[in-house]
Every structure is written in C-alpha cells, then in structure tokens.
Write a new protein. Structure first.
Length: 457
C-alpha cells in the first residue's frame, strides 16, 4: 500500500477544539473509511462525543512521545484545523509517507502567520491587493499614519485569532490602533511589526481552495461577518456568522480569482521551493476596480467551515486524504443546492474577556444528533460537558464564540431566518448574537427589486 491509497479503515487524529473542528469531524465521521477518530483532550463537548480523547495534551514540546503514541494507536492521517499548529511546524515534525497530514508546512503557512511576507509575495506576483507599508518600529508606524490623509487599516503582522485588524476612519483611530499593537502589546509578539494599508471599500467575500501542490480546486464562496455589532459595527471578531454561497461572485469572476490570485500565489511559493498542500483561503474585498486580496489564511475558516460542511456532498475524509497525498485531480464532491447560514451565539464580553462556566439550554442533544440528514446543526465552539450527578450532564460555556447555529434553506432569506430563529433558542446568561447575517446581500436585492418595480410601472 502506498500513501496515495486510502485504507479501508483509517484512524484519524483531528487537531483543534472549536466549531470548525466540530463541523469537520461531523463530515469526517460519515466516511466509510473512518476507523477511530481521535480528538484533543481539551476538545469541546461535541467533539468528545464524536471522537476518542488523546490521553494527554497534544503539544509539539513532546514530539517524541507523540510520535510513539501515533504509532501505538496506528494513526494513519492527521487533519489540522487551526493556524497555530501550522505556524509551529506540526506538519514538518510529524508527517511521513505512511502518515500524511492535511495542512501546509510552516514555510507554506507563512502566508498566514506573517502578513508582511504575504504582502511581499503579493507584490512580487502581481496579485491585486491594497497599497500599504510594513513598519517595524513604533515611530515609523506613527509617522506613516500621521502623514496619510486617507483612512487606513492597521494589521498586526502575526497571528491574532482574527482580532489583530483595525479598520480606521481617521488619523486618531489609526494612531490608537498602532499604539495598541506596538506600544501596549495588545497582541504580544504578533504586533512587533504592523502592516498599514489603504482602506478598501466594498463587500468582503471568502474564497477557499483545496491545493495539493499542483492542482487547485475552488470551493463554493462564503461571506463572513467579522464585526461584533449589527450592521457591521464595533470591533472585529473571529467571525459572528456566515452564509454560503454568496451571489456576489459569478462563475466568470471565480475563474478570474483563480487565475489572478490562487495560481500566482501557489506559483510564487513554488519558485521559492515551497510546495503548498491543504486549504488556501483568500479574503477578498470586491472593490470598484475588481477583487483585491485582504489576507491569506492557510486553513479552513471559522465560521466558513460550518456553512461549507453543511452543504458538502461527498466523502470528506477521502477528499482531504487525496489532497494531502497529491491526487486532488481524482476528488469528486459537490455542494447541496440549498443555502446555508451560520449564526454564532457568543458569550457576554466577547470579543474581550468573556464570562465562562454558564449552563447552556436549548441545544440539540448530542446523542440525538442526526449526522447525515440534519437541516439545523449546532456546532460547538467553546463548550465542555460537566458531570453533575443529574440524569443529563450539563453543557457549559468555556469561551467567546460558543455555538454556531447553522441551517439550510431555499435561498439566503430562508436560511438566515431559520438560523436566527434557532439561535434564539440557545440560552445561557449573557448570550448574544447578530440578527442580520447576510443583510448586505438581502438589502441589495431589495433595492434592486424596488428599482425594477419602479421602472417597469
């Protein structure tokens, strides 16, 4: 057997503990090739229902112990969800011909963990992106934002769990954002340097692609909602909700994005001797001058994964295996024609310090969860199960983005209405969520409809 031949039964280790990983595990467990699914010992309550917990915390600081454990449990495939292990070099440390890993190497993942490097690569390969400058000292950054007359965006160059970007409307806001990064050290070492860019106007779209080093397959498009408040107001978060697909990009637009963004990015890495295998995620701003790249991520997004997996039709385990082993051209999958919408129910205080340990009511019981035919899904992001001696164990909150309520519907309006209604049934002290996921597209459609109606009278 070679690494490119998927075994009849494959033991899988899934790295990551949040809603993205719950959605991936939900689909992975439907594969006829799934043997035993292992998850991290610190995983959320739903993941621990789907998989067996690793005996100890999975850390590269104990590389040799982990290698022995992987051999002992006959782990044949590893799927990495979050960006941290990729930037730490988990693929480089643990991948082998007998044990492929879905995810890029540390060098390839630099597109995400070093925004200055990503900006440089985009310039070298003529990928459309915002004009900007990398500043490595506080004085240089303050001088640059002070001399600018136009609004700008300040980004910490390192990993910040989706919170290191400040969209600034004036110089005062830009100066404050720079100081938070470089002086107050709000994001630690991630803010040692910053990228300061022009502020682009338009709607944001997420385009994700599977890449096996040579073949690039684009997935259906997603629109995420980053800001915490209704109407896209307030600070950025890791994601308050998303829907899929978005009508904002046509098939011709997607072909152009593949040609102008994904192909040059992969070719640019290859010219540096770097092969990319895994998911490449481009966050795009749809400007009047065409799509421009805001950032690259090198893994599945959250909550993008929830809405993608809700519509995914195929064998996810085989799909990821073939991607990791360089045979993506053999993959067959499709997406449900229905629209999916995810509304994230968050804990009080998010995206700042959150209250935890609060009992959650209104969840779909994990033991009754229909893995194959569910139209309403609750993906756990930050939960734990606590044995209380009662008949049913309690599910408690452990962080900010607690539950991703994801629903399918016949069109965006129906999917959004269903997800919002279901989210209102998830109850715990201080719970909140946005009620307007998809509002920009829905509002645009209403405007178009009214204009058409007016002109045809």
């Amino acid at each position: 057997m070679t690494a490119a031949q998927i075994p009849d039964q494959l033991n899988v280790l899934l790295i990551g503990t949040g809603g993205r990983e719950h959605a991936l595990a939900w689909r992975l467990c439907q594969s006829p090739h799934m043997g035993t699914l292992w998850v991290e010992s610190t995983a959320n309550a739903a993941l621990l229902e789907l998989g067996s917990p690793c005996p100890e915390e999975f850390s590269l600081k104990r590389k040799y112990y982990l290698e022995r454990w992987l051999v002992q449990e006959k782990i044949g495939f590893i799927v990495i969800g979050p960006e941290g292990p990729l930037s730490d070099g988990m693929v480089d440390a643990l991948a082998s011909p007998e044990r492929p890993i879905f995810g890029p190497t540390r060098a390839a993942a630099r597109l995400e963990w070093d925004k200055a490097y990503a900006k440089s690569l985009m310039r070298q390969t003529s990928i459309p992106t915002a004009e900007g400058r990398v500043c490595t000292t506080l004085n240089a950054a303050l001088a640059y934002v002070t001399e600018r007359d136009e609004p700008c965006v300040v980004k910490a160059t390192g990993l910040c769990a989706g919170k290191g970007v400040s969209v600034c409307g004036n110089k005062e806001e830009a100066i404050a954002a720079v100081r938070r990064c470089m002086e107050q050290r709000e994001f630690g070492a991630a803010g040692d340097s910053v990228v300061i860019e022009e502020r682009l106007e338009g709607q944001e779209v997420s385009v994700l692609a599977l890449v096996d080093g040579k073949t690039i397959t684009l997935l259906d498009t997603v629109q995420d909602h980053k800001q915490v408040g209704e109407g896209d107001t307030g600070p950025n978060t890791g994601g308050m909700g998303a829907f899929c697909p978005t009508p904002l990009l046509s098939d011709a637009d997607l072909q152009a994005v593949a040609r102008d963004v994904f192909v040059p990015a992969i070719d640019g890495l290859r010219r540096q001797g770097i092969e990319f295998r895994g998911v490449l995620f481009a966050g795009l701003m749809l400007t009047a001058a065409g799509p421009k790249v805001l950032e690259f991520n090198c893994r599945f997004g959250d909550p993008e994964t929830q809405v993608l997996m809700a519509r995914f039709q195929g064998d996810l385990l085989k799909t990821l295996w073939l991607t990791a082993t360089g045979r993506l051209d053999e993959v067959e999958f499709s997406f449900d024609p229905l629209t999916s919408c995810c509304v994230v129910v968050c804990s009080e205080g998010y995206p700042g310090k959150c209250a935890t340990g609060r009992s959650i009511k209104g969840l779909i019981p994990l033991k009754d969860y229909d893995l194959k035919r569910a139209k309403s899904m609750m993906f756990h992001g930050a939960t734990k199960q606590e044995k209380t001696g009662k008949k049913h164990a309690e599910i408690l909150t452990t962080g900010g983005r607690t539950i991703g309520v994801t629903c399918l519907g016949d069109g965006l309006a129906a999917a959004t209405a269903s997800a919002t209604e279901c989210a209102s049934g998830v109850e715990f002290k201080g719970a909140f969520f946005r009620h307007d996921i998809g509002f920009r597209v829905l509002r645009q459609r209403q405007t178009t409809s009214h204009t058409t109606s007016h002109t045809t009278r």
